[in-house]
Design a protein around this ligand. Sequence first.
Ligand code: G6P
Length: 369
Amino acid sequence: EQIEKNNFDHFMLKEIYEQPNAIKDTYRGRLHAEEGIIRMAGIDDNLERFLNARRIVIVACGTSWHAGLVAEYIFEDLARIPVEVEYASEFRYRNPIINSDDVVIAISQSGETADTMAAIKLAKEKGAFVFGVCNVVGSSISRETNAGAYTHAGPEIGVASTKAFTTQITVLTLIALKLAKAKGSMSNTDFHMHLQELETIPQKIELALEANDHIKEVAFKYKDARNCLYLGRGFNFPVALEGALKLKEISYIHAEGYPAAEMKHGPIALIDEEMPVVVIATRKGHYEKVVSNIQEIKSRQGKIIGIVTEGDTSVRELADHVIEVPDTIESLTPLITTIPLQLLSYHIAVMLGKNVDQPRNLAKSVTVE
Ligand code: G6P
């Protein structure tokens, strides 16, 4: 097993560090930045279905559902296609309105999740075209869907999903860009810029991983917290949800992810000097607004851990700790801001002596409804 772990202490840590290569493997042969082309057979062969879609409905569970939420922002922003994201387990039980001009994208690392499978069957019955984004080749979901695109993350052993998440976002970004190009919803310059930037993401993740020792120090300070709040806005709101899920899953610390501005409608009541608040505050989009959210936390004595863009000064002045990540274009920030959150929860769980790779009560794939 030690050989399989490649000298990492846990599969989860190994898989966190595998992300630069997993993302490269996922875009290899698909992304041709120089030529300005994205090749994906599953999309090319069904392009009309996508272009004629009234909307895209994404179904998934757990971390894959969070990847779906990130994709909602990306699809709507780049390809201007309306997207709805559903928990696969809820989808079936509210008599969903699905028509033959809907495209359903099912996201599943294992390709075996029972709720996601049931949602796919229902969508097919209603005449929708169902596209799968799976990691496990030949899995039940990859066989049940009408077409699909694999993530090439390699086997993910740690129950808490890491590289599956970032490779799912990579595939979904490629799809969104491809559709944006076909629809003409993005300028050529913008399209090329996105392709080139996507190609640099593995390198930028390498740089984000260099903060590991610093993140470990931050983890040590907060390992005994009983609650933790994660905040983000826009593309990084789902990253806040995912960060909170990672902490819950492996450290058993209660954590909540929230859109930063929604904090004032509830979670702000929880903030005191005992409450660590992780805020994704990269210098993009809603930066100024997030800074004012941070001020609100500070004035209530909350402990602030800011995930910031390299060279940031405003958040540094307010926060108790900052973790820097390399700059990128806004729609690609989730691929990078996720990394420190994975490491933070990993180190906290290790320090608490928890079983990181096999947390209690959780299963790698849930094959019962
Ligand atoms: C389980 C796993 C999660 C995963 C979820 C969905 O809860 O512990 O890590 O995100 O299932 O799994 P899937 O294989 O469909 O992505």
